[in-house]
Ligand binder design. Structure first.
Ligand SMILES: Nc1ccn([C@H]2C[C@H](O)[C@@H](COP(=O)(O)OP(=O)(O)OP(=O)(O)O)O2)c(=O)n1
Length: 156
């Protein structure tokens, strides 16, 4: 990288855009495929397609690591910290088998200040958020704030 004098272009913004671009290239490998080829193990993918996948995954990883580096983040520490947070937000005994957002369990950071609601209300929320469309929307909305918090932690 240094020998290619590429570091001069490696600003946080450029690296973020490069990362998103490579994530797009990764997505293209899955785009329009039938469901039968989109499951674990990637049934039906050729050797050549698997190699292309590995290359795109590597590109995403390399830009992510580089972005983290130029931002002064300790990505390894941030990932470990996030794993610990995830474990607290998603206690296995409560969320096993469910894809509901953590807000459905009242385990959000800060001691669960958000009211869980009365009997049945929490369940209703969990069902809504665990549902396909609404659950994804919930993840986008809540994930934004949470992601920022995670990054701030990682940068310490
Ligand atoms: N200024 C640059 C240019 C490239 N790379 C590295 C990081 C990626 O791993 C890879 C990306 O190279 P390309 O932009 O050529 O993208 P692809 O490898 O995906 O090629 P293509 O877009 O033809 O599929 O090279 C880099 O660190 N800094």
């Amino acid at each position: 990288m240094r020998t290619r004098h590429h570091t001069q272009y490696h600003t946080p913004r450029n690296l973020l855009l490069a990362l998103v671009g490579e994530a797009g290239e990764l997505s293209e490998l899955f785009q329009w495929r039938p469901d039968s080829e989109a499951g674990p193990g990637l049934p039906g993918w050729s050797r050549q397609e698997r190699t292309a996948l590995e290359e795109e995954l590597a590109d995403v990883l390399l830009y992510l690591v580089r972005l983290s580096d130029v931002c002064g983040c300790d990505l390894g520490a941030a990932a470990l910290s996030k794993l610990a947070k995830n474990a607290a937000k998603y206690p296995a005994e409560r969320c096993r088998g469910s894809s509901a957002k953590y807000t459905a369990y009242g385990t959000e950071p800060g001691g669960g200040q958000r009211p869980q609601g009365g009997e049945g209300q929490g369940e209703e929320e969990g069902q809504r958020q665990g549902g396909k469309g609404q659950g994804q929307e919930g993840q986008r909305q809540d994930g934004t704030g949470q992601g920022q918090e995670g990054e701030a932690t990682g940068a310490q």
